[in-house]
Design a protein around this ligand. Structure first.
Ligand SMILES: Nc1nc2c(ncn2[C@@H]2O[C@H](COP(=O)(O)OP(=O)(O)OP(=O)(O)O)[C@@H](O)[C@H]2O)c(=O)[nH]1
Ligand SMILES: [Mg+2]
Length: 505
């Protein structure tokens, strides 16, 4: 793409308030996990955020810049989330940035193959009052499955700009930036303004009793919050979350405003009044919670009618069949064991040949360097330190560790891209759970076979701090390729860093 600029920085931004803002417009890239946010981010900024075919790779916000038609944007790739009612640490990071990070706009990336499910989040972000540009990605996958989409109708129904993309091949990204530009810089009269006033936003309509409660709460919240002078999510959104007693959002709101609106007598009194009203009508907190959530689902269903066509009823048939083969008890485990053993065999046996070659080359060079050092009259102590110390260790590390890594990680990436790794995690989830660990640990352990450092870093994908700690500690017991035990290293004897000797000439 012609319009990419170099990326500047990659940094964690949890609550990222106004002080971080520059003249550049700050654009958040939000969406469900695994819909291609980081792929779009990388294509637009030239950065290298981790992408792969399983959900939950991005766990902290990443920033980069992108220039298009002389406008420079700061793009923020945020972790995938299914909803703004955060259930995990990553979802909280995403929700906090959308609600309190003061982005100028949010590009919500959706998966074209399951648009209806993705619209849930779109509607929530719209309710939060953030300017939204909808990016329907994975159009190539939708085409493969013969799913037809009417994006103009979708745009009309949601009253949002919509762009279709295939991020993997950078298709549609210029159009996406065009839409963004129009949305941010065209006048409200042109009809493309993103900052929809609250009243004109296509609202998600809640059941009558919730609307009644909100009509009591929202005007009071508006009065209190408007005094804060901050770019808050809409009062309706905050009101609905206060009704739902969403503690984590309340804590972030308090952090952002500097005071807790729910602790102000006017609001706490109204909440109490509403609670009493619900109790009198026999409405439980669970029902309230379900009704608040299902309003989005119902609206998404309504919006999608006539927008998405599945001419082939069994468009997911192939995926389901593969799921059955790779995760059933009968075939899932044998295939998984054979596959993983195959990879280890290829890594270990295959690495012996380049290892032997590299070690012959590097140690041969050492002998020649030793000759050169002695001819040059280099003191013995210096030769020992530089040549028999630094150089020899480097030669060992390169010849032992580089070849298996060069084989293992590409194979691992292939498994990731084929979508097999989440199936491994699924297969092993029960085993890991019976040890009070998390199924995702299967992925970090596999990675640990390539390199423990990568495995430990990868443990960021595990939500629960306790399970993450277990994964980090136990990863050290996974023999990484530099520590594969000698009996398994094949006949060639140039392998483990622990056992390797200098090759005789
Ligand atoms: N076929 C196809 N694959 C895509 C497209 N966009 C992204 N992908 C692939 O989808 C997978 C997920 O992409 P990511 O960019 O990592 O998704 P993400 O939304 O950042 O995922 P999380 O950070 O886990 O939430 C990767 O394997 C991408 O190569 C696309 O347009 N078409
Ligand atoms: Mg990502």
């Amino acid at each position: 793409m012609k319009n990419k600029a170099a990326a500047l920085s990659l940094q964690q931004t949890c609550l990222s308030p106004a002080q971080e803002k520059t003249q550049q417009k700050v654009i958040a890239l939000a969406g469900n996990p695994n819909v291609g946010k980081s792929t779009i981010f990388n294509a637009l900024t030239g950065m290298k955020q981790h992408t792969g075919n399983w959900p939950g790779k991005t766990v902290v916000n990443a920033r980069g810049t992108c220039t298009f038609h002389d406008n420079t944007y700061t793009l923020v790739d945020i972790p995938g989330c299914y909803s703004l009612m955060a259930h995990s640490a990553e979802e909280e990071v995403a929700r906090d940035f959308i609600c309190f990070g003061e982005p100028d706009a949010v590009i919500v990336v959706c998966d074209a193959t399951c648009l209806e499910r993705n619209l849930n989040l779109v509607l929530q972000i719209m309710e939060a009052g953030r300017p939204v540009l909808l990016c329907v990605n994975l159009l190539d996958e939708a085409r493969k499955k013969k799913i037809q989409l009417d994006l103009s109708l979708l745009s009309f129904r949601l009253r949002l700009p919509v762009a279709g993309t295939t991020a993997r091949s950078s298709r549609g990204l210029d159009e996406l930036l065009d839409e963004l530009e129009q949305m941010l810089f065209s006048s409200p009269l042109s009809g493309r303004s993103c900052a929809l006033p609250e009243a004109s936003t296509p609202r998600v309509v809640y059941p009558e009793y919730i609307e009644e409660a909100l009509s009591l709460l929202v005007p009071r919240l508006k009065r209190i919050c408007s005094a804060s002078g901050k770019k808050l999510p809409s009062a309706r959104f905050i009101g609905a979350r206060l009704l739902d007693a969403n503690e984590s959002l309340q804590a972030s709101l308090k952090n952002y405003l500097g005071f807790d609106p729910a602790a102000i007598p006017e609001i706490s009194g109204t909440l109490e009044e509403i609670r009493q009203m619900l109790e009198d009508r026999g409405i439980s907190r669970e029902q309230l919670h379900d009704d608040l959530a299902s309003a989005f689902v119902r609206t998404a269903e309504r919006v999608c009618k006539g927008v998405v066509f599945y001419p082939d009823e069994d468009c997911d048939k192939k995926d389901r069949k593969l799921d059955r083969i790779f995760t059933s008890r009968l075939t899932g485990f044998p295939i998984m064991l054979l596959g993983l053993l195959g990879i280890f065999w290829l890594t270990i046996t295959g690495a012996n040949y380049p290892s032997a070659l590299l070690s012959r080359l590097l140690f041969g060079l050492e002998d020649r360097l030793a000759l050169l050092f002695s001819l040059a009259g280099v003191p013995a102590v210096l030769t020992d330190v530089l040549l028999h110390g630094v150089y020899r260790v480097m030669a060992w590390v390169i010849s032992v560790m580089l070849p298996p890594m060069a084989i293992f990680f590409p194979l691992f990436t292939l498994l990731e891209d084929f979508g097999y790794l989440p199936r491994v995690a699924f297969n092993l989830d029960r085993c890991f759970q019976s040890c009070s660990a998390c199924g995702k640990q299967a992925l970090t352990m596999c990675m640990g076979f390539g390199c423990n450092a990568a495995g430990v870093t990868g443990c960021r994908i595990i939500d629960s701090p306790r399970e993450r700690l277990i994964a980090i500690i136990t990863n050290n017991f996974v023999p990484c390729n530099g520590r594969f035990p000698p009996p398994y290293k094949g006949k060639q004897n140039c392998s483990s860093a622990l056992t390797m000797k200098k090759q005789p000439n």
